[in-house]
Design a protein around this ligand. Structure first.
Ligand SMILES: Cc1ncc(COP(=O)(O)O)c(C=O)c1O
Length: 333
């Protein structure tokens, strides 16, 4: 098929090449220039669009995904959309398993993209047969001609950021960038980007942002697995150690509260015109904390700190951006 000049062959080729913008207001008074890489501007609305094509192409190449097959995944929503986008074009079915803490908007978005959605309880151990990890595993075993995308263990997840997002950030920022601050879930984004950037310039500081209740902060500092407890912010932090995270990819891990994530997400929308969700709020709140704590590392000059805006706000309109929901759950507006 020929493609008209100036057009792309499909929406898949529209993934990536996202802009980096300087924050104007929320960083006032901080001794650093903070930038935002707008991954929420990807066609599926999140950084997870990056991994969909790589996971599917790798599985096709390895013979794990065959024509007419079904893609199964445990997802907090965004990976599901990234996979569904590619599946739509290649004729695969999708079954996505989600925890009930994820917003109604995300479930509906996945259904709109043609997927079957299975909802599981959030507050059970990962090994519990009712957990969304266990249910996804069982469905993958039971469903004929299926492929379990397994973003928590699939090396095609961090690899997508090593070959895509990392080089793109380097091209946009190069030597001028001092630090990258980003929230972590599967760790695919931080591990892939860090590997690429550190190969180019080992001094670039890579800082993970972890919600209080998740394991990464304490694991980073003590080397031991701490107990996890629940928190509100969606899609970041974990209660187990995924195979996709390289803990050594990070120079530090900063902790943030739910309130800090939500307040900053609301401020990014209202004061920066960045229509992003809670994990982007986490990244910027973490970047401001990092800038304050480590200003001395940069010998008096203003460091350039890049953060990643992970997804679009429309997935959280009934929650973070709903004053009644915020108040009912004990958060300040
Ligand atoms: C909105 C959002 N932010 C951050 C992350 C964390 O990215 P990663 O899983 O690559 O660590 C995710 C992952 O699902 C996400 O959907």
């Amino acid at each position: 098929m020929t493609v008209m000049k100036g057009a792309l062959p499909s929406v898949i080729e529209a993934i990536g090449s996202t802009p980096i913008v300087q924050l104007q207001n929320v960083s006032k008074g901080v001794h650093a220039d903070i930038y935002a890489k707008c991954e929420h501007m990807n066609p599926g609305g999140s950084v997870k669009d990056r991994i969909g094509p790589n996971i599917i192409q790798t599985a096709e190449r390895e013979g794990l995904l065959k024509p007419g097959g079904t893609i199964i995944e445990a997802t907090s929503g965004n990976t599901g959309l990234g996979l569904a986008m590619v599946a739509a074009l290649r004729g695969y079915k999708c079954i996505f398993v989600m925890a009930d803490k994820q917003s109604e908007e995300k479930r509906n978005a996945l259904r709109a993209a043609g997927a079957e959605v299975v909802i599981c309880p959030t507050n059970v151990e990962p090994e519990d047969p009712r957990s969304y990890y266990s249910v996804a595993n069982r469905l993958a075993e039971e469903t004929p001609n299926s492929f379990y995308a397994s973003q928590y263990y699939n090396p095609a997840n961090p690899e997508a950021h090593y070959v895509g997002t990392g080089p793109e950030i380097w091209e946009q920022c190069g030597e001028e960038m001092d630090a990258l601050v980003l929230s972590i879930g599967t760790g695919g984004t931080v591990s892939g980007i860090s590997k690429y950037l550190k190969e180019r310039r080992p001094e670039i500081q890579i800082i993970g942002v972890d919600p209080i209740g998740s394991i990464y902060h304490d694991l980073f500092y003590t080397g031991e697995m701490p107990p996890a407890h629940s928190y509100f912010v969606e899609v970041i932090g974990e209660d187990f150690l995924p195979g996709t995270i390289d803990m050594k990819s990070m120079d530090d891990v900063v902790q943030v509260t739910d309130q800090e994530c939500f307040t900053m997400a609301r401020r990014l929308n209202r004061e920066e015109g960045l229509f992003v969700g809670g994990s982007s709020g986490a990244a910027v709140a973490g970047a401001l904390k990092y800038a304050e704590k480590f200003a001395h590392k940069f010998e008096g000059r203003r460091p350039n700190i890049v953060t990643i805006m992970c997804d679009n706000h429309n997935r959280y309109l009934s929650k973070i951006f709903n004053d009644a929901w915020m108040t009912e759950n004990g958060f300040d507006l």
